[in-house]
Design a binder for this molecule. Structure first.
Ligand code: HEM
Length: 403
């Protein structure tokens, strides 16, 4: 077992780099106790890229014994039995290939690029309401509402319902990792969420529109289509994976720029640097700190250790993205960095489906903030910023700025 505890690892929200470096230097594979079971955490870049592509590890927890998943019946009940039952992050080929084929067309960069004018319009609308005030909370003003509006538009979710799923998602995310018996509110939120998605699907089946939910209801590939459970899980995944993560890219990315005025000046002076800058912010802030869990399908010897069949592994993506073996001066934010093969979106067959959309949203949000608010400054000492407690995500509670 490693000397660092998981709670210690997740408690350094503002400056997580030293503790992740310490983890990486201690052992390539660190072993933790998590929810009553042993879990291996991979901290290096090579280790992460190897495991994320290794078919000897499954994302389908139903393939391993319940006792080895860390999901006792009690814990499993707080774990969204329906919504988690069959989606991309819970399946292996051939199921995964089939599901991904049915949804992937909507996410190819050419299709996503067509959303640019609409995303720009949404972003401008958000700034129009605050520009005259000279100050705002960047989390509540931009980082949260933009990704919610974008994914809702894409899925055809009515404006008046958007607050609901934000609330449900937050309850569900917070209840993950809850102690056995403590996940009741997460389960209730999930049930309400699933009921809502069912109604959405029924409405779109009856009156198809020009949105992704209607396309998914009708999607057919070689005579194959998504059944109702798969549709619910897919929409649930797109909503949850599609906003919480991008909130962090925008908020934590802007914080990183505000704390590195030299980099911010460079970017303000030349907007053609935006795509590279967003890649660097993805690497540097790693909006998803840990990969999803995988379980060994057989005993696997790696880096001098044996990961036994059924044991869980996760990759510390932030540690991999700041591994000096892969990135020179990894703790330096350098928007001109070349060779930036970060793993912020994962690797292998589960590489983030929404990456082109997240990149576009990040570029539009950050580019517009810098262009329209040239005097943007932090309104408090960065040490006073509050972060949501627990969990592996680094979510700012608020980011007060003046402009
Ligand atoms: C998968 C990160 C935005 C949908 C993933 C994975 C990562 C990730 C690391 C792989 C997890 C693993 O292998 O364990 C991010 C980050 C985002 C972002 C950092 C924003 C900055 C989005 C958006 C969407 C989305 C906007 C959808 C609209 C998905 C889906 C998967 C996924 C569906 C599962 C893909 C599969 O298993 O084939 N994401 N994501 N993500 N992401 Fe994202």
């Amino acid at each position: 077992m490693t000397q660092i505890s998981l709670s210690e690892l997740f408690s350094h929200k503002h400056n997580p780099y030293p503790i992740y470096a310490q983890l990486r230097e201690q052992v390539p594979l660190a072993r933790f106790r998590w929810m009553g079971t042993d879990m291996w955490l991979l901290a290096g870049y090579d280790q992460a890229t190897t495991i994320l592509k290794d078919p000897r590890f499954t994302m389908d927890w139903q393939k391993v014994q319940p006792a080895q998943t860390g999901r006792s019946d009690d814990v499993a009940s707080s774990y969204m039995p329906l919504a988690w039952s069959k989606h991309l992050l819970n399946t292996d080929p051939p199921d995964h290939t089939r599901l991904r084929t049915l949804v992937s067309k909507a996410f190819i960069p050419r299709m996503i690029e067509q959303l640019r004018p609409r995303i720009q319009q949404l972003m401008d609308g958000l700034l129009d309401t605050v520009q005259a005030q000279g100050e705002m909370d960047l989390v509540a003003g931009v980082a949260v509402p933009l990704p919610i509006a974008v994914i809702s538009d894409l899925l055809g979710i009515p404006v008046e319902d958007r607050k609901l799923f934000r609330t449900w998602t937050q309850i569900i995310v917070q209840s993950q990792g809850a102690a056995p018996g403590q996940g009741a509110s997460g389960l209730e939120a999930e049930k309400a969420f699933v009921r809502y998605i069912k109604t959405l699907i029924t409405n779109k089946s009856a009156h198809p529109d020009n949105d992704l939910t209607s396309q998914l209801v009708l999607a057919e590939e070689a005579g194959d289509r998504l059944n109702e459970d798969e549709l619910i899980s897919m929409i649930f995944l797109l909503i949850t994976a599609g906003h919480e993560t991008t909130v962090n890219l925008i908020a934590n990315g802007m914080l990183a720029l505000l704390e590195h005025p030299d980099q911010m000046r460079l970017l303000c002076a030349d907007s053609s640097l935006l795509p590279g800058a967003v890649e660097e912010l993805l690497r540097y802030t790693s909006p998803v700190t840990l990969s999803g869990p995988r379980w060994a399908l057989e005993d696997v010897s790696l880096y001098g250790q044996v990961i036994h069949k059924g044991e869980m592994v996760r990759c510390a993506l932030l540690a991999a993205n700041t591994d000096p073996q892969q990135f020179p001066d990894p703790d330096v934010l350098d928007i001109l960095r070349r060779e930036n093969q970060h793993v912020a979106f994962g690797k292998g067959i589960h590489f983030c489906l929404g990456a082109p959309l997240a990149r576009l949203e990040g570029q539009i949000a950050i580019g517009t903030l810098l262009r329209r608010l040239p005097h943007l400054r932090l309104a408090c000492d960065p040490q006073q910023l509050t972060w949501k407690e627990g969990g592996s995500l680094r979510n700012l509670v608020s980011l007060p700025v003046t402009f």
